[in-house]
Design a protein around this ligand. Structure first.
Ligand SMILES: Nc1ncnc2c1ncn2[C@@H]1O[C@H](COP(=O)(O)OP(=O)(O)OP(=O)(O)O)[C@@H](O)[C@H]1O
Length: 246
């Protein structure tokens, strides 16, 4: 059995950490999500793929409770949370690393790390974060503005690991980064998998996504239109290329 098959079959025995059904979302009058269905099992890495504007970022915002209007069902370990405000969703163990990273320019690395509140037990202490991200330890006193794009991205990921979240929504974590940094981030995400985190990854860099994910969902026009396990990708490359316009 291939490594990919082992990975897809092991988590299948556990209940979904996240189960989403018929998720709809709006920006003002603009109806953007038209019924998203997806599941992420405990310990899985799952990607949301799709062209620009397909609704991937909006899906993460709707899950996190920061979209102004949404409807449909979002269950976290079986509990319906679609009516919960974002702070309560955070306390239930979901964290969002937004595309724009949200690093505070005037604060140091360590101050940025300490900023989000610890919401659940099990968050990584700062010393462990520095083991995972040695670059950040070297830059602990540097201001946010002085960090490279890669360091900012690592800081944005490290910051949510301190909070105790176990389900990480990562949005375009490789965007604009040099290949060597993308590789480092890939190694880090692999370590998070080993540590048992559950990850929903929005990614344009399919090679990066494919090297990490157990399963992929494809979004088009505010819906999930296809799903494939990691071991199916090779056989389905042609349809995937069509979806992604490559
Ligand atoms: N703040 C906003 N107000 C109004 N419409 C928005 C807003 N943000 C996104 N949209 C629209 O919602 C749709 C889905 O956008 P979304 O950002 O979720 O797509 P995406 O799949 O993440 O693509 P991208 O890679 O371009 O971010 C697009 O038509 C986009 O123009």
């Amino acid at each position: 059995m291939s490594e990919a098959q082992t990975r897809t079959q092991t988590p299948a025995r556990t209940q979904p950490f996240l189960a989403v059904e018929g998720l709809q979302g709006w920006y003002g009058e603009s109806h953007v999500l038209h019924g998203v269905d997806l599941q992420v099992r405990e310990g899985e890495i799952v990607t949301l793929l799709g062209r620009n504007g397909a609704g991937k970022t909006t899906t993460l915002k709707a899950l996190m409770g920061v979209l102004e209007r949404r409807s449909g069902s979002i269950r976290l370990r079986g509990t319906e949370v679609s009516n919960w405000p974002s702070n309560r969703i955070a306390r239930a163990g979901m964290a969002w690393c937004p595309e724009e990273r949200g690093i505070f320019a005037g604060l140091s690395v360590e101050e940025n790390l300490m900023l989000p509140p610890v919401v659940a037990p099990g968050g990584l202490p700062v010393a462990e974060l520095y083991t995972l991200f040695p670059n950040l330890e070297e830059r602990r006193g540097s201001q946010g503005t002085r960090l490279s794009g890669g360091e900012q991205q690592m800081l944005a990921i490290a910051r949510i690991l301190r909070t105790g979240a176990r389900l990480l929504l990562l949005d375009e974590v490789t965007e604009g980064l040099a290949p060597v940094i993308v590789e480092q981030i890939g190694v880090t995400v692999g370590k998070l998998r080993e540590a048992g985190y559950t990850i929903l990854l929005v990614e344009q860099n399919f090679r990066f996504a494919a090297s990490l994910a157990d399963r992929h969902y494809v979004m088009e026009h505010g819906r999930v239109v296809d799903e494939m396990a990691a071991h199916e990708v090779a056989d389905r490359q042609a349809s995937l290329n069509k979806y992604l316009g490559v």
